[in-house]
Design a protein around this ligand. Structure first.
Ligand SMILES: [Zn+2]
Length: 181
């Protein structure tokens, strides 16, 4: 499928929209995507003025462990990480001119299902909902998140605009995503 830039959302041909819809029906939430240490996954959805971020990052990169919290120190680390995630400015930087205000910000430590005897794995899942006064000014997004967590090297980003999407990888070396292309 041809990649679609946000600017094209109003002109997507019908066939393409139908194809994208069929694909979206099977789109897993970010938290359900592949769990690989060093790499987070993010679904960014634009619906008119509403911008949603659905992020999942391996807990190993955030707190350094993925077992169920057992001692006070574990609980403290998780609480501190959740507190940092509930401040969106620690995670994503948007152009000020877009006038985006946060309506909802949530973060959870989520143990992942595993077979008996396997290493435990867990992720932090983060959800932001924002409303932007001038969504047309959303020309780029960057990720200060990389500055906070040194072992995090990449984010696999799915941009969903209306019924179309494109996939992009953002890395620690190039933490900026151009939304105008
Ligand atoms: Zn893991």
């Amino acid at each position: 499928m041809r990649p679609i830039a946000p600017a094209l959302l109003t002109t997507a041909p019908l066939a393409l929209v139908a194809a994208a819809l069929a694909l979206l029906a099977f789109l897993p939430p970010a938290a359900a995507q592949e769990h690989r240490h060093g790499t987070g996954s993010l679904v960014m959805t634009f619906q008119g003025p509403v911008l949603t971020f659905d992020l999942a990052v391996p807990a190993a990169d955030i707190v350094g462990f993925e077992h169920a919290p057992a001692v006070d120190e574990d609980f403290t680390d998780i609480a501190q990480a959740r507190a940092a995630f509930t401040d969106p400015s620690q995670v994503v930087a948007l152009p000020l001119q877009a006038g985006c205000a946060t309506d909802r910000a949530e973060a959870e430590f989520v143990p992942l299902a595993r077979a008996a005897g396997d290493q435990p794995h867990a992720s932090f899942t983060v959800l932001y909902e924002m409303t932007c006064e001038t969504p047309a000014r959303l020309s780029s997004v960057s990720f200060p998140l990389f500055g906070l967590y040194p072992s995090l090297t990449a984010l696999q980003v799915r941009l969903v605009v209306g019924n179309a999407h494109r996939d992009v990888t953002v890395t620690r070396d190039r933490p900026q995503l151009d939304l105008t292309r």
